[in-house]
Design a protein around this ligand. Structure first.
Ligand code: PEP
Ligand code: MG
Length: 324
């Protein structure tokens, strides 16, 4: 499939109305990295570090992790890699950690909640990342942040880890960016200071959508019940874009919907400038983006909303047909 899009692989995604959309890929295993070249991804917008933990039967050591992250940065060859700290719990259970019996694991003790309550593993991971990055830029992102305080506490851990490395005389990353995933609705309403404090935000649409509609992403009965192009959800996303604009906070979207061409152009139309997706989706998404006038599409979306439609999808599909 990637051959089909080979001719546009190295062209940036610029739309007929002049918008430039950054397309990056999601990854998590070493095996994903060769796709950076083949897909034309501008970097790794989401590196799911838990996958490395999930494929093992015991906890990796700091040295192993540092070597691994260093190889990830090597293969990225200077392109930005957003390392998301361990996102375990809920559907991602480590065989070598004490199981927790929770009635609602998706709403339970997961991701940054584990990282802050039992900071041992998170500290080890942060050290491994800092050591791997030595002399190179490092980007760290915290998953499942639900309120400002959690981000502040996580940031304090990063600062502590940096100080520790400095005191030990280890080389530090050339630069450091720290951000958060926006995947709980509460975070969209965080104090403005939060938006100023993060270096960037990335919308985790998979989780954000499940919590927005209260519909379990793992439950076949309900997971497709609510359309991503539902006007309520799009309006919510537009509000997030607006808040980030006010504070100048770089914003991306890294859920599965970013890799679906129709969803992707709609996300770009409501103001997202960066989308991260599985590598095979970059070609199809770029191919549609470079033919789409996003300013016009935005009008189509807003008109459908004003007309009281539940989802803007039918209007968008009709409009696409007229675009040839
Ligand atoms: C998300 O929630 O959209 C996301 C990108 O993270 P994950 O799918 O790993 O939960
Ligand atoms: Mg998520």
């Amino acid at each position: 499939a990637q051959e089909r899009y080979a001719s546009i692989r190295d062209t940036p995604a610029v739309t007929p109305c002049g918008r430039r959309i950054a397309l990056t890929m999601n990854a998590g295993l070493m095996a994903d990295l060769p796709s950076l070249e083949g897909s034309g991804a501008e970097g790794v917008g989401l590196f799911r570090t838990e996958l490395q933990f999930l494929i093992r039967n015991k906890m990796p050591t700091r040295t192993e992790l540092a070597a691994l992250y260093s190889r990830v940065l090597d293969s990225a060859g200077g392109r930005r890699v957003v390392f998301r700290t361990l996102d375990i719990g809920s559907d991602k259970v480590l065989s070598y950690m004490k199981p927790t019996d929770e009635p609602n694991p998706a709403l339970g003790w997961r991701a940054i909640r584990v990282g802050l309550d039992k900071p041992g593993v998170m500290r080890m991971q942060l050290q491994a990342l800092i050591r791997a990055a030595k002399g190179r830029p490092l980007t760290v992102m915290f998953p499942f942040v639900a309120q400002y305080d959690e981000y502040r506490a996580a940031l304090a851990e990063v600062d502590k880890a940096m100080d520790r490395e400095r005191i030990l005389g280890h080389p530090l990353p050339e630069s450091l960016e720290v951000g958060a995933m926006l995947e709980t609705p509460s975070l969209a309403f965080a104090p403005t200071q939060f938006f100023r404090d993060v270096d960037f935000l990335s919308i985790g649409g998979n989780d954000l959508k499940q919590f927005f509609f209260a519909a379990d992403r793992e439950n076949e009965r309900v997971r497709r019940r609510y359309d991503t192009l539902n006007v309520s959800f799009l309006t919510f996303l537009e509000n997030i874009v607006e808040r980030c604009r006010e504070t100048g906070t770089p914003l991306s979207f890294c859920g599965e919907d970013a890799g679906r061409p129709v969803e992707a152009i709609c996300l770009a139309a409501i103001g997202l400038d960066a989308l991260s997706m599985r590598p095979a989706s970059i070609g199809p998404v770029k191919s549609l983006l470079i033919r789409t006038n996003l300013a016009e599409l935005r009008e189509v979306i807003h008109k459908a909303r004003e007309e009281g439609h539940q989802s803007v999808r039918p209007a968008v599909m009709e409009w696409l047909k007229t675009q040839g």
